[in-house]
Design a protein around this ligand. Structure first.
Ligand code: ATP
Length: 353
């Protein structure tokens, strides 16, 4: 099946490598989020895909056609930048129709299509309003409509929602996702916000220091992180150092755990999400239990967070308020780390700062 294929895309600025050999296959119709901390190379990768940045190495193809050397304006991609880059002296309709005007469409056709696109982004009737008089969210919609005017093969957005306040941003994430589903256009969005990526994407590409660490559906990235960086960057996790003690048994601070998928020997890193850690009555026997001391409790509204000191290592557990055990800080607690929730990762490796 045809797709967008990145094959070892690399960008060097002098001796600094901003993107290291990025390889990725994006099937048609996917919603992809490039996610990572500031400076990890997301924008550089997006700009190489757009044709705005020349790769220092690697190839890029779409539908088996090599476009590495195709200029940006011939790629037929739609782009929305963080700055939106709208023309402030033009109306919403004129902004949206601009690419059509450049293509030589008649004024009637421009008006018709601008109206259609305004409907699509839920701004009907705004055609004659100057963009300078629109709200942030409305301007965002105009920029999206303009980028879609020429029915692009690929829709690229660089931090499109970062200027909006939290509530509007969340609403626009859902809207953008729904719009993409309706149109079916392959979409790539740069974001540093993992919640935003989880909301919108059907493929999350986690990057750090110019490298792709994992590219997978959001829940796979969350449940089966590829390494410590991904586990720690996406949501909150407990990372425990371990050493394989016997087949299927790993020694961790405070005891041992029986786990499948362990290597035959050596060191490992275990990741377990706080919501998967179970608090058990102290003294009750059971598998994969570690005994410790409750160091801190806080109510988070929908859940209660417990921090447990197990042989000098802190394990965080989240429980529902109704499951809150009757134990105060300083008291003894037992945590259970169910084997099915523990992810075995290679030891060491980079972690988010
Ligand atoms: P942010 O979220 O902060 O925008 P990013 O992940 O999009 O970050 P990029 O903008 O792709 O990161 O930058 C990646 C690295 O490349 C950064 O260290 C940046 O300083 C560097 N870089 C980007 N453009 C240039 C350039 N033109 N010359 C030299 N270095 C550059």
């Amino acid at each position: 099946m045809s797709a967008l294929v990145l094959d070892g895309l690399t960008k060097r600025y002098g001796s600094f490598v901003a993107v290291h050999g990025a390889s990725l296959r994006i099937p048609h119709g996917r919603f992809v989020c490039l996610l990572g901390p500031s400076g990890c190379g997301k924008t550089t990768l997006l700009r190489m895909i757009a044709g705005l940045e020349e790769p220092s190495g690697g190839r890029l193809s779409i539908d088996d056609r090599d476009i590495t050397d195709t200029p940006a304006h011939k790629r037929e991609f739609g782009m929305v930048f963080q700055s939106l880059a709208l023309f402030p002296h033009l109306t919403a309709g004129e902004n949206i129709a601009y690419p059509l005007r450049i293509r030589g469409a008649s004024s009637a056709e421009q008006r018709r299509r601008a109206g259609e696109l305004l409907e699509l982004v839920r701004l009907p009737g705004a055609a004659d309003r100057p963009v300078s008089k629109l709200s942030g969210g409305q301007r965002q919609r105009v920029a999206i409509a303009r980028a879609l005017a020429l029915e692009p093969k690929l829709f690229l957005l660089d931090e499109p929602l970062s200027a909006l306040d939290a509530k509007l941003r969340e609403a626009m994430q859902i809207e953008l996702k729904q719009l993409q589903r309706r149109l079916g256009v392959t979409t790539i969005v740069v974001t540093h916000d993992q919640r935003e990526a989880m909301t919108m994407a059907d493929m999350v590409v986690v990057m750090s220091q110019g490298r792709i660490h994992q590219a997978a559906p959001p829940m796979e990235v969350y449940r089966r992180p590829a390494d410590a960086f991904v586990a720690d960057f996406i949501g909150l996790t407990n990372l425990l150092d371990g050493a394989v003690a016997a087949p299927g048994v790993v020694a961790v601070p405070g005891g041992t755990l029986a786990l499948p998928d362990l290597p035959p020997q050596g060191r490992v890193l275990l990741s377990i999400r706080p919501e998967d850690v179970l608090l058990r009555p102290t003294g009750e026997a059971g598998p994969n239990r570690l005994h410790g001391t409750l160091s801190f409790v806080r109510d988070l509204g929908a859940s209660v967070e417990f921090r447990v000191d197990v042989a000098g290592t802190e394990i965080i557990a989240l429980a529902r308020p109704q499951d809150r055990p009757a134990v105060e800080p300083g008291g003894a607690v037992t945590v259970e780390l169910p084997a099915s929730a523990c992810v075995v990762l290679p030891p060491g490796g980079e972690r988010p700062s």
